[in-house]
Design a binder for this molecule. Structure first.
Ligand code: SLL
Length: 217
């Protein structure tokens, strides 16, 4: 194995979940209104440290020591505060990978979504998570070994359970929804195309009638 040699045509993707959970503080000693946790993890809650060197969370400068770095999991920061802001999560990969760090931009969300007049139950956590995939194109041979040998168990859970909000099952259900929407849209498209064609024929016939009437008068 030659150090740093890249594997032509190989692409490896690693699923991740990142985002935050927040709960309103029901008793307040300061101007802080919420307790929140921002995190990066595997969709199955699995350890993803086997291909990660370091994770940094860059918080708003109103926080003391606002650049929080972790060399081992869990990759997360729990804080209390009063405002929403953008958090940059910078993921560094092992030096043998030759990969540049990847930055994820996440808007810390403290408040529940607008629930059309319904009140949010007091103390109910607000979740704002995202599923994403880290794509490694033509990894070095050493990094390829790490990426493929370190995985332990399924990377995406089969079913949704507990705080695992993404699963193969929910992905399949989403695909079905998308397929039926595509079929619906393409049905409508054909219907309107047919109507437009009929209207064009009618216009052509009317034009011909007008021309005939004009030449007769
Ligand atoms: C806002 N632009 O005005 C945003 C900034 C900053 C939030 C939000 C600090 C907590 C602390 C904190 O919550 N900052 O004092 O440690 O909404």
């Amino acid at each position: 194995m030659k150090a740093g040699k890249r594997m032509k045509g190989v692409v490896i993707s690693k699923p991740i979940i990142y985002g935050n959970v927040s709960t309103e503080l029901l008793t307040r000693k300061t101007d802080h209104t919420h307790k929140w946790t921002v995190f990066l993890r595997g969709p199955n809650g699995q350890d993803i440290s086997y291909f990660i060197h370091k994770v940094e969370f860059k918080l708003h400068e109103t926080f003391v020591n606002n650049n929080r770095a972790f060399k081992t999991p869990p990759y997360e920061v729990t804080e209390t505060g009063w405002g929403e802001f953008e958090i940059i999560t910078k993921i560094y990969f092992p030096p043998v990978s030759g990969e540049k760090p990847i930055s994820l931009y996440h808007m810390l969300k403290l408040y529940p979504p607008d629930s059309q007049g319904q009140t949010w139950p007091k103390g109910k956590p607000v979740n704002n998570f995202f599923y994403d995939e880290l794509i490694f194109s033509e990894p070095t041979e050493e990094f390829f070994e790490m990426l493929t040998k370190g995985a332990n168990g399924p990377e995406i859970p089969l079913k949704v359970s507990g705080n695992q909000i993404f699963s193969l099952e929910s992905e399949a259900a989403e695909c079905k929804r998308l397929e039926s929407s595509i079929a619906h849209v393409s049905g409508k498209y054909n219907e309107y195309k047919e109507k437009a064609r009929a209207a064009e024929i009618e216009i052509a016939m009317l034009r011909r009638d007008i021309a005939a009437l004009e030449s007769a008068s």
